[in-house]
Design a protein around this ligand. Structure first.
Ligand code: COA
Length: 223
C-alpha cells in the first residue's frame, strides 16, 4: 500500500474555509487514521473542526497525492478522495492536514495552558504575557501511508510561513524517550518545552506543550 504513495507526487496547498465541504471529511479521516482512533470518532470531530474554522486567524493546509487507479485501491483511499475544483484531478487524495488559529483567552485549550502555567509556578501576569500573542498549532497529521517523506514538515512550514504572531504553541501526547515522528519533527524545527506531563481535563493521557518563536526558518532545521 505505501509503495503507491511513495511514488505519488505530493502537492501542498491551502485548504480554504469555503471549500470545507470538499476537504473536511477526508481531512478528519486522515486524522483518525494517523492517530489510530476508533472508527466513528469522526462524528464528534467534524463539528469541532467546523467550529475551529470560524475562529479568528484560522488557516489550514493540505497535502494532496495523486493516486493512480484510485477506485481500484483499498476502500480507505476513497475516503481520502477530494473532488475538483479543490483537487486538480479525479485521482487526488488528501493525505495530510495541518491547521491552527490565533490563541485567545476564551478558548478551552488556552485556559488549560494558562492554569497549567500557574500550577508550574508562573505568576498570573507572566502567564498572561506568555499567552498574549501566539498561534495555536491545533492539528498536524499525515496518513500513515504518506509518513516518513517530509510531508509533515512541508505542511507545518506552509502553515507557519505567513503568520504574524510572535510564537507558535502546540500540545502533543508524551511518548517514552520522545520517540515518534511528531516529537522528531518538533525538536528538529526548534520547538522547546513549555509544560511537560500535563493532563487536560477529561483526558488521562499526559501531554506536553511545546513552543517556539516565529518566524520559522526551516533552512536551519537539522535533518
Ligand atoms: C507527526 C507527523 C505529522 C509527521 O509527519 P511526517 O511526514 O511523518 O514526518 P516529517 O515531515 O517529519 O518527515 C520526516 C521523515 O521523512 C523523511 N524525509 C524524507 N524526505 C524528507 C525531506 N525532504 N525533508 C524532511 N524529511 C524527509 C525523514 O528522513 C524522516 O524519516 P524518519 O522519521 O523515518 O527518520 C506524522 O508522522 C503523523 O501524522 N503522525 C501521527 C499523528 C501525530 O502524531 N500527529 C501529531 C500529534 S500532535
Amino acid at each position: 500500500m505505501s509503495s503507491r504513495l511513495d511514488a505519488a507526487p505530493i502537492r501542498i496547498a491551502a485548504l480554504p474555509a469555503d471549500f470545507s465541504h470538499l476537504w473536511l471529511d477526508p481531512a478528519v479521516h486522515t486524522y483518525i487514521t494517523a492517530m489510530h482512533y476508533p472508527r466513528g470518532s469522526e462524528n464528534h470531530r467534524v463539528p469541532l473542526w467546523r467550529d475551529h474554522i470560524a475562529r479568528p486567524g484560522w488557516s489550514a493546509y493540505g497535502a494532496f497525492a495523486t493516486l493512480s487507479r484510485l477506485e481500484a485501491l483499498r476502500p480507505t483511499y476513497s475516503r481520502l478522495r477530494v473532488r475538483p475544483p479543490l483537487a486538480h484531478s479525479d485521482t487526488e487524495a488528501l493525505v495530510g492536514v495541518a491547521y491552527g488559529y490565533r490563541g485567545a483567552p476564551d478558548q478551552w485549550w488556552h485556559r488549560q495552558l494558562y492554569s497549567g502555567l500557574l500550577r508550574a509556578g508562573r505568576r498570573p501576569d507572566e502567564a498572561r504575557e506568555f499567552l498574549r500573542d501566539y498561534f495555536e498549532l491545533t492539528e498536524l497529521h499525515v496518513h500513515p501511508a504518506g509518513q516518513g517523506r517530509g510531508v509533515g514538515e512541508q505542511l507545518l512550514s506552509a502553515l507557519l510561513a505567513d503568520r504574524t504572531e510572535a510564537k507558535v504553541l502546540l500540545s502533543t501526547p508524551e511518548v517514552p524517550a520522545e520517540d515518534n515522528r511528531a516529537w522528531g519533527l518538533y525538536r528538529r524545527l526548534g520547538f522547546e518545552d513549555v509544560l511537560r506531563q500535563f493532563n487536560f481535563v477529561g483526558d488521562a493521557r499526559p501531554f506536553a506543550f511545546l513552543g517556539r518563536p516565529l518566524p520559522l526558518d526551516t533552512t536551519t532545521a537539522q535533518h
